[in-house]
Write a protein that binds this ligand. Structure first.
Ligand code: ATP
Ligand code: MG
Length: 398
């Protein structure tokens, strides 16, 4: 069952607190945020991408009905439930007309709230299954390589920052458990890490969220243990549990993996939607990447999910991109140029070059990968068109 992301909006502080208490006992619901006026709701829907907004009819600024109308007009993928003390059928009718999916008369019970949220969500899930195929679960993109130092951390950090900068809710997990460098690369000082989740046995949304560190660009990071000795306690099952629990809350989960292949890495690969295999223009990288591709094939891993990223691409080193492609027998998905100066300066300053120097060639190539992952923006499905016309649109454009 998917976790339902909920945003609540009410200007009455006491009622908002009461509501939060009630929601904490509703199963499968995760409160992503709260708002106190209409403008704030519209902003937070865009930022937090909740599934459902529970909002007061009398919100200040823009009232609840108008907010519902605006969200519907903007095609935001969200369902609204209106809360009101007014029980007259006329208000109910107006709420439905503005696009609300349910109307709760205050005060309501825990059960009323639970039923309203789940009924609205389940109906939506049934009607719009295609939305949930992509949006309610993060795309899990893992960076792996057969040898160290090829640039997994550099690429995962900068790709994740590029996605976050494009407004995508992105979590970067440092699964390089013994010597993870993600936090340092972004100049973050995490209070908690993945070890704390394991130590306290808190594999819940709250338990995991509490251990996540936020970067100023919006990117969220689950850092590796602070000492290599602590890595041992994190098992393959733990890694899978964390991904499963947190997946409904993000659009992208980027995972920086170590250059080893043990049960833990295989567990991550199992949960991966797209595996970025990082290679460089070195004969050793070519040989080991080729062996690893064969291993994946022997493991019956879906090779369509595996994409080669050529990093530190540079001319005149004896091997070029076409030779790498023919050696591996697969095309390169993206090539990231060598830029030692920018990469090292950024690393030593704890900055992401994609954010600081977005116009540089290396940044542009990483931003291109982010755009490929995001894909074209979805057009709303026009249900009034016949199936034939919609197929025609798909084939020839509308
Ligand atoms: N495109 C690039 N151009 C120039 N230098 C790069 C590039 N990508 C990475 N580097 C440099 O290569 C080195 C290794 O990068 P990084 O730490 O990202 O690799 P890694 O695969 O994560 O290594 P590790 O095995 O230590 O985890 C760093 O010094 C980094 O600055
Ligand atoms: Mg690394």
């Amino acid at each position: 069952m998917a976790t339902i992301k909920l945003l609540i909006a009410d200007g009455k502080e006491d009622w908002l607190n009461n509501l939060k208490r009630m929601i904490s006992s509703v199963e499968n619901v995760f409160l992503v945020g709260e708002a106190r006026n209409g403008h704030e709701v519209i902003e937070k829907v865009k930022e937090l991408q909740p599934h459902i907004v529970l909002l007061d009819i009398d919100l200040e600024g823009i009232d609840g009905l108008k907010v519902t109308e605006i969200l519907a007009k903007e095609n935001q993928n969200v369902q609204t439930i209106i809360m009101s003390m007014k029980s007259s059928p006329e208000y109910f009718r107006q709420a439905m007309k503005s696009g609300a999916k349910d109307y709760l008369i205050e005060p309501f019970s825990n059960k009323d709230l639970d039923d309203a949220i789940h009924n609205v969500f389940n109906k939506w899930l049934k009607d719009k299954a295609e939305l949930f195929a992509d949006d309610s679960n993060a795309k899990v993109v893992s960076f792996f390589a057969t040898k160290g130092g090829v640039g997994r951390t550099t690429l995962s950090v900068n790709l994740a920052a590029a996605l976050a900068a494009k407004g995508k809710r992105t979590l970067l997990i440092d699964a390089s458990l013994q010597f993870g460098d993600v936090a340092l690369t972004l100049d973050l000082h995490p209070q908690s890490t993945i070890s704390d989740i394991v130590e306290k046995d808190e594999f819940t949304i709250d338990g995991i969220e509490r251990r996540i560190t936020k970067h100023a660009c919006g990117l969220e990071v689950l850092a590796a243990p602070k000492e290599p000795a602590l890595a041992e306690a994190v098992t393959s099952k733990h890694l899978q549990q964390i991904i499963d629990v947190i997946k409904p809350l993000y659009q992208f989960i980027i995972i920086d993996m170590p250059a080893t292949i043990t049960e833990k890495e295989l567990a991550v690969l199992d949960k991966t939607s797209l595996l970025f295999l990082v290679a460089t223009l070195e004969i050793t990288s070519l040989k080991n990447t080729k062996i690893f591709l064969k291993t994946l094939q022997d493991l019956k891993y879906d090779l369509d999910k595996v994409k080669i990223i050529l990093n530190k691409d540079t001319p005149d080193v004896g091997i070029d991109r076409p030779q790498l492609e023919s050696g591996l027998g697969v095309p390169v998905y993206a090539s990231i140029p060598m830029d030692s100066n920018l990469v090292q300066i950024s690393l030593n300053k704890g900055e992401s070059f994609v954010l600081k120097s977005p116009a540089s060639l290396i940044s542009r190539n990483i931003i291109d990968v982010a755009e490929k992952l995001i894909g074209p923006s979805k057009k709303p499905v026009n249900t009034s068109k016949s199936a034939i016309l919609r197929i025609k649109d798909l084939l020839f454009g509308s």
